[in-house]
Design a protein around this ligand. Structure first.
Ligand code: E4P
Length: 216
């Protein structure tokens, strides 16, 4: 499962990339707004730091507007993947963009039938929002598992990008149900590597080594 960082913060992205485990980045208008930066400049900066796909979202809501924005945004850098909302106009835009070879991440997916339509339209990625489903009492991970099953059964190549992952348990579940990508906030990225028994065990090993290292 690939790891994308779900942030528009450059320091977080640099730190993740330095570890060598980050495959890409997803942004959305809310994440960009938190950074108070110029959208185009920030997308290009992120692309230059990350050696992989960087999702940048359109804000038009009609097909022609989304296509026009997507053509522009995709020209900013070779790593850009254009994020398109999963609404009827968005599916029509994805169809046209796929024919032009422009990669898309179909976002705000909350049902398996929506995910099916995105795949039929030719989306490169589908983003089921796990945390937001959990927020309203539905099982977000179950949706990721259903999409995986449906895509495998029908041979769709659209990659399943588990989004709106809020904690380490979400990441573990996304891994186990076969998501192709998990996009995670930087804080969660730091949490998943940690285990108190690893730290405790390492301290004990190093303390014991101190007792024998000078013996010749
Ligand atoms: C990523 O592509 C999504 O925009 C993001 O994961 C949404 O996460 P949230 O539901 O925590 O805002």
């Amino acid at each position: 499962m690939k790891i994308f960082l779900d942030t528009a913060n450059l320091d977080e992205i640099r730190a993740g990339v330095e570890q060598g485990l980050v495959d890409g980045v997803t942004t959305n208008p809310s994440l960009v707004a938190k950074e108070q930066c110029k959208f185009k400049d920030r997308v290009i900066e992120i692309c230059e730091v990350v050696g992989g796909p960087v999702s940048a979202e359109v804000t038009a809501t009609d097909t022609a507007g989304m296509i026009s924005e997507a053509r522009e945004i995709s020209g900013w850098h070779q790593h850009v993947v254009v994020k398109i909302p999963l609404i009827p106009a968005g599916l029509s835009a994805i169809r046209v963009l796929a024919q032009e070879g422009i990669r898309t991440n179909c976002t705000l997916c909350f049902s398996v039938t929506q995910a099916w339509l995105a795949a039929k339209a030719g989306a490169t990625y589908i983003s089921p929002f796990v945390g937001r489903l959990d927020d309203i009492g539905h099982d977000g991970i179950e949706l990721v598992a259903e999409i995986r099953e449906a895509y495998d059964q029908h041979g769709y190549m659209t990659e399943v990008l588990a989004a709106s992952l809020r904690h380490a348990m979400h990441v573990k579940q996304a891994l186990l149900v076969g998501a192709d990508v998990a996009t995670i906030p930087f804080k969660v990225f730091q949490q998943v590597v940690k285990h108190p028994l690893t730290d405790k065990g390492l301290s004990a090993f190093l303390a014991d080594w101190e007792k024998v290292k000078d013996i010749v």
